[in-house]
Design a protein around this ligand. Sequence first.
Ligand SMILES: [Fe+2]
Length: 232
Amino acid sequence: MKTVQFRYGKDNLGYLIHGQEYAMAVDGGAVGEIIHYLRDNSLKLEFVTNTHSHGDHTCGNRELLGITGAEFLDVGTLPELGSIGLEGSEIKVIPTPGHTSDSLCFLFDDVLLSGDTLFMGKVGRCFTGDIHSFYLSIKKILALSDETVVYAGHDYVLEYLKTAKELQPANSFISEYLMEYNPDLVKSTLGAEKKIDPFISFNEPEIIELLISRKLPVDTEFDRFSSIMSLI
Ligand SMILES: [Fe+2]
């Protein structure tokens, strides 16, 4: 399966996943570019879906469906489905509530579409207020291979790496990471994120020290996650 990224709006990132003949749009807000790509590559859009139901991710659904006649896969129904079959490949649905209650990630080959659950350099905001569910969601992602290629729902790289550097001034990986940043193709690996993202590094000594210096609880792993999340 091939993954193609489409930038739209201020900093949104949407995707087409496709094989030789069939494609699925995820957060397809860049309608014009997606239609062009489908035509240029003789692809049929089979499914339109989303990583969660926020309007900046679902804004292209209606138009894409109208133009292509694709099937709409409502994000609310996907956890029950468990996976989506596209041209003989299986795209797994990983429910990751926290940013919203319907947030999920898509996993196929070595690729994770992480929506607003995991960004480059930070995790998403916990709009549900359910920090424990968010913790379990992040744990599911952290259990994947470090080689997993991560594509997120927004490009906040420069802003979030600035925050990461403020929280971890001694982290030398951050400047290396920024040298690789390409606004035309925003992606990372889980292994790279573990080296620079303080919000998923809650078991690292440098982050634990930081939390202790801020007088935040660190006794359990969940304490550490909710403590680092309080610094967002
Ligand atoms: Fe969102």
